[in-house]
Design a protein around this ligand. Structure first.
Ligand code: FAD
Length: 389
């Protein structure tokens, strides 16, 4: 790893999700000549659109956050339209032609599900979701301008003599002339618990009344809420497969409200592995169920009970076999899977007085709370920063 202490970066980006990747890549493509640091708490790129490369179950790759991307507003937004076309031309993404099967409960009226994540045009990464972020940056990082710092959690910010100083929990310090926050964690009250600190990091760095935009964004974010999600990743045994001859990599099942209420899952995604095994990701946003999992004293028993639910959901299904056994079940907890409620106005994306900017799915853009919004915010940001100079 490069020692960060002596370098003053031109841009440091906190977070390595899809918005960070698209921003870094677009900014390079737009002619940015400086050095960029991407500082990410996780083990790789992708954030909430990332892939679990399990140490324990080697060879498996499961998209445990967003499995794909759905884009709705290209007709209104030329920038987004051009960008998606570019990703298609570069074969980084492809049209998602996977089965999308809606499951209805007995008492529902079986009208088409209005499900935000699978509406409009759907695309999948040509490899894994984490790889997509990696490829997006690599494609324009021809002169190696980007340094990556993984497993590095920033918890403290200072702004001195027009330079930002970022301190991480593992003791690294980063200096940068311009700071981009691709996550709102260090501006949001949830940072107090997560980072175990007494004051929101950005607030501590820039006290109240120093900058109207920063005050406004912190005030608005105070009331932004989040949808919690938990995903269960089932590594099935090699003898487990579909009843039919379905060959594609993904197969999505969406549950209607009745079934979601009954079984606690909102969607179930099958992911075929290179070794032909079948991974299953169960998504839940049912808080009571999530709490039950965390409070249960016998996690193994809880995991085993998932099989009963699964088998009830797919009882007599034409393509899904009964799940008798499994190799492993792991979980991923998303305390903040999607912002909800308050949307941050786009005109607060750049605080020019403090060489500070933001991107991510938490802005009031088409695709708020989805990958579409994250990408759009990143594309816009590069142009906004260029227009400053
Ligand atoms: C389970 C799940 C399913 C989803 N399904 C869909 C879907 O089907 N379709 C869809 O469009 N969207 C979906 N979403 C939402 C989608 O994943 C997000 O909208 C998108 O990934 C947001 O990208 P981002 O770059 O804005 O933020 P993020 O992906 O959250 O990236 C921010 C990154 O910053 C890092 N970070 C934060 N604070 C710090 C710090 N202090 N120091 C260092 N690193 C830090 C985080 O680790 C994270 O990697 C889903 C989300 C989840 C969780």
């Amino acid at each position: 790893m490069i020692m960060s202490n002596d370098i003053v970066y031109d841009i440091a980006i906190i977070g390595g999700g899809i918005s960070s990747s698209v921003f870094a890549s677009t900014h390079l493509k737009n002619g940015f000549k400086g050095r960029i640091a991407i500082i990410e708490n996780g083990r790789n790129l992708g954030g909430r659109s990332s892939t679990r490369n399990s140490f324990k179950n080697s060879g498996w790759q499961l998209n445990h956050g967003s499995p794909n991307l759905n884009i709705c507003n290209t007709s209104k937004n030329l920038l987004l339209k051009t960008y998606i076309q570019e990703l298609l031309d570069l074969n980084m993404i492809q049209l998602d032609s996977s089965d999308l099967i809606e499951l209805y409960g007995e008492s529902s009226n079986q009208c088409k599900l209005n499900y935000d994540f699978h509406s409009c045009q759907n695309y999948i990464s040509s490899s894994s979701m984490s790889d997509l972020s990696k490829k997006i940056i690599s494609y324009n990082n021809l002169k190696n301008q980007v340094d990556y710092y993984f497993q590095t959690l920033i918890y403290k910010l200072n702004y001195e003599n027009n330079v930002w100083i970022l301190t991480s929990k593992n003791g690294n310090k980063f200096k940068t002339k311009f700071l981009v926050c691709s996550s709102n964690l260090i501006l949001h009250k949830r940072s107090l618990d997560i980072l175990n600190i007494s004051q929101i990091p950005l607030r501590k760095a820039i006290p109240v009344n120093y900058d109207k935009k920063i005050d406004k964004i912190i005030k608005l974010l105070y009331d932004q809420e989040y949808i919690e999600r938990l995903t269960f990743l089932i590594y099935t045994k090699s003898n487990y497969g579909y009843k039919d001859k379905y060959k594609k990599k993904f197969r999505y099942f969406l549950l209607d409200n009745f079934l979601e209420e009954k079984f606690k899952f909102e969607r179930i995604i099958f992911q075929k592995q290179v070794n032909n095994k079948l991974g299953i990701v169960l998504h839940t946003r049912n808080i009571k169920f999530i709490n039950e999992y965390f409070q249960s004293n016998n996690k193994q028993k809880f995991k085993n009970s998932l099989l009963d639910k699964f088998n009830q959901i797919f009882d007599k299904n034409f393509c899904i076999n009964k799940l008798i056994d499994y190799q492993d079940i792991s979980i991923m907890s998303w305390r903040a899977s999607q912002p909800s409620g308050i949307r941050i106005p786009e005109n607060l994306q750049v605080c020019e007085n403090f060489n500070l900017a933001f991107c991510g799915d938490w802005f009031d853009l088409d695709g708020f709370g989805r990958i579409e919004g994250a990408i759009l915010s990143a594309l816009n940001l590069s142009y906004k920063i260029i227009s400053l100079s």
